[in-house]
Design a protein around this ligand. Structure first.
Ligand SMILES: Nc1ncnc2c1ncn2[C@@H]1O[C@H](COP(=O)(O)OP(=O)(O)OP(=O)(O)O)[C@@H](O)[C@H]1O
Length: 241
């Protein structure tokens, strides 16, 4: 379970997250939506202990990520597909992470197989396409077989086959009882994949609940998203507000 409670994060004059609370539950794919600058990445960074909150709490399975010793066994995340060192092969990258997290070496081959990267395991990450790097990021998140998985724009750069694969992977991970938390701008993709949606704007919660409830009678999540965020879009083309 992911729990965000009255979370505030300020960077000098900017309030990136302004008292945000929501829950993402086990067995569900929860989509995290919001316009540019809404505070999604900041929330994920605090959740993963990469930034400290100004106030409030963000916990994974009841504890802050930093205070958890089990690292990749506790939660897996794909935040930035460029994280792996370009000079390392995919297998070496994953093996190093497995070693430092006390995970069995056999997990490396398993996650390479799961993400379709077995045939390129010996290739340097620097030669990978964006879609392949995304798959490697997913492989990294899965390495510790964690109960909570967090993905930021996971299908960015993936081809249609990759998008379909990722969608079924997320659904299966949730069916196994894991908490799957997906941040993305791709509303259509969310409509296909998510059970629950959390929508934020200007660092605040705008709506949260089952996707059918949010989409309303029209069934269009996109329409619902535009209606919800109409007052909190910071960056709009053409200068109109
Ligand atoms: N390190 C930082 N220093 C100063 N301001 C920051 C920092 N990180 C984020 N911000 C600001 O906080 C606000 C929220 O940014 P954030 O990246 O969390 O939004 P987002 O919802 O992920 O946006 P996008 O959809 O464009 O990725 C923005 O106004 C951003 O400029």
């Amino acid at each position: 379970m992911i729990q965000v409670d009255e979370l505030v994060k300020r960077y000098r004059a900017t309030t990136a997250v302004a008292g945000l609370s929501f829950i993402a539950r086990p067995g569900r794919v929860t989509g995290f939506l919001g316009p540019n600058g809404a505070g999604k990445t900041t929330t994920l960074r605090v959740l993963l202990g990469l930034d400290a909150p100004t106030s409030g709490r963000a916990t994974i399975s009841g504890v802050s990520f930093r205070s958890h010793r089990r690292g990749l066994r506790h939660a897996g995340a794909l935040l930035d597909a460029q994280q792996a060192h370009p000079g390392r092969t995919a297998a070496v990258h994953l093996a190093a992470l497995a070693r430092s997290n006390g995970l069995p070496r056999g997990r490396v081959d398993e996650v390479l197989g799961e993400t379709g990267l077995t045939s390129v395991a010996g290739r340097r990450v620097g030669a990978f396409s964006l879609g392949m790097r995304q798959r490697l990021g997913v492989a990294t998140a899965l390495l510790g077989d964690p109960p909570v998985l967090i993905f930021d724009e996971p299908v960015n750069g993936m081809d249609p086959e990759g998008v379909r694969w990722a969608r079924s992977l997320f659904r299966r991970l949730a069916a196994e009882g894991r908490t799957v938390f997906l941040s993305s701008h791709l509303i259509g993709e969310m409509a296909e994949t998510a059970d629950e949606i959390v929508v934020i704007g200007q660092g605040r919660l705008l709506a949260a609940g089952p996707i059918q409830d949010l989409a309303g009678p029209s069934g269009s999540l996109e329409e619902a998203f535009f209606a919800l965020t109409a007052g909190s879009v910071d960056y709009r083309a053409g200068g109109a507000r």
